[in-house]
Design a protein around this ligand. Structure first.
Ligand code: GN1
Ligand code: MG
Length: 364
């Protein structure tokens, strides 16, 4: 059998997307779902990815969505006067003009590499917080006039918390997990919040929150910063751009950007939601987003921040109970450790409800 990740194999796949000789292919980043590589050419480089088709069952639709949304953003950028650097990742095509390459069951695609940029796994400063918020705001603004129904639902149930609760109930009833103090903490944490966890879906059903286009995964390391100015220059990882609530994005951006020790920390007991970083991110976001947020949107911001940390913890914990079938892990309790981080973060958010709501009020 071919070793899919041998350099010979990777070179062969990478060569499908360019004519120039490939100089090097190496692993890039630490995504939890797809396998990502950086391909070096003589003068240029690009990103090569093998998509996880267990998670993204319709990878062609993901590529179609990506194409529509990147084209739309480029058109928008061409007509507006940007006074700063901003770039959109581009889909690369194979020599047969395909947006992907199929090798047996393996689905490969290539995306342009945004040069002179870097990403961070944990936030470094308040200034950066504002940049992260600005980046998400600009992204939402650039897709705000693209009708959501033009994009397919490529990941059904994504960020629908009540559905994750159902999956959790199933996982729990099939699991014979040892009841360690950490496991008991997670079980109680979820059980105490079951009823509240419907909050955003209820607001959507009631027509208070509208379906728009969302990024789906705007965590800190999906924002790129210019290496010289440290200003945000791009939002990457467009796999989950699809119709949804922008609240999922705001919650995801804040749960990731306001946890200064990062989602992979082992020190889960010390995880805190930093409200000054929250203020920075929201200030940056609202600089752009004030133009399209409604009163209802503001009313649900706190719930969104609390919910997405809770939801991600629930997703990690469920995967731990299921034996780690969704997120990549480095050791068997990895998803439990990740769940504890998110639950601690949610707890910290809950304890600062008044302060966070006051920040929202002051900024609007
Ligand atoms: C996954 O694969 P990656 O790292 O881009 C996940 C996100 C989570 C994130 C947590 C499709 O994203 O929802 O927030 O891990 N993506 C999917 O790090 O489930
Ligand atoms: Mg992602």
């Amino acid at each position: 059998m071919v070793n899919q990740h041998s350099s010979e194999y990777l070179n062969k796949i990478a060569q499908k997307f360019v004519l120039e000789p490939i100089r090097e292919v190496r692993a890039l980043g630490n995504g939890n779902i797809n396998d990502t590589f950086l391909v070096r050419l003589d003068q240029d480089q690009f990103v090569l990815q093998q998509m996880n088709t267990q998670v993204f069952c319709q990878p062609q639709q993901v590529m179609q969505n990506m194409w529509i949304c990147t084209q739309h953003m480029c058109d928008r950028l061409a007509t507006c006067q940007m006074d700063r650097r901003w770039e959109t990742p581009q889909v690369l095509f194979t020599d047969e003009h395909q947006d992907h390459y199929l090798e047996g069951d393996s689905f490969w695609r290539a995306i342009s590499f945004i040069g002179h940029s870097r990403s961070y796994d944990t936030i470094q400063s308040l200034k950066q917080a504002e940049e992260i918020g600005y980046a998400l705001g600009l992204f939402h603004s650039l897709v705000s006039d693209l009708a959501p129904e033009k994009l397919s639902d490529t990941l059904e149930g994504f960020h629908i918390t009540p559905l994750y609760l159902q999956q959790y109930d199933r996982a729990l009833s099939n699991s014979s997990v040892t009841r360690t103090p950490e496991v008991n903490y997670c079980l109680k944490f979820v059980s105490d919040r079951q009823a509240w966890a419907h909050v955003l879906e209820d607001a959507k059903q009631a027509g208070k929150l509208q379906l728009r286009l969302m990024h789906g995964d705007p965590k800190i390391n999906n924002i790129l910063f210019d290496v010289a100015t440290d200003k945000a220059v791009s939002v990457i990882d467009l796999d989950t751009v699809k119709p949804g609530l922008i609240h999922y994005d705001i919650g995801d951006c804040l749960r990731s950007g306001c946890n200064a020790i990062g989602e992979e920390t082992q020190a889960w007991e010390t995880v805190r939601f930093e409200s000054d970083l929250c203020e920075g991110i929201l200030r940056g976001y609202l600089q752009v987003a004030k133009a399209f947020l409604t009163d209802h949107d503001y009313a649900y911001l706190f719930d969104a921040i609390r919910l997405i940390a809770f939801e991600l913890g629930l997703r990690f914990f469920t995967d731990f109970l299921n034996g780690n079938v969704y997120f990549k892990v480095n050791y068997p309790e990895h998803n439990l450790a990740r769940a504890l981080v998110q639950f601690k973060l949610a707890e910290s958010i809950e304890s600062q409800e008044k302060a966070i709501c006051a920040i929202v009020e002051d900024l609007r």
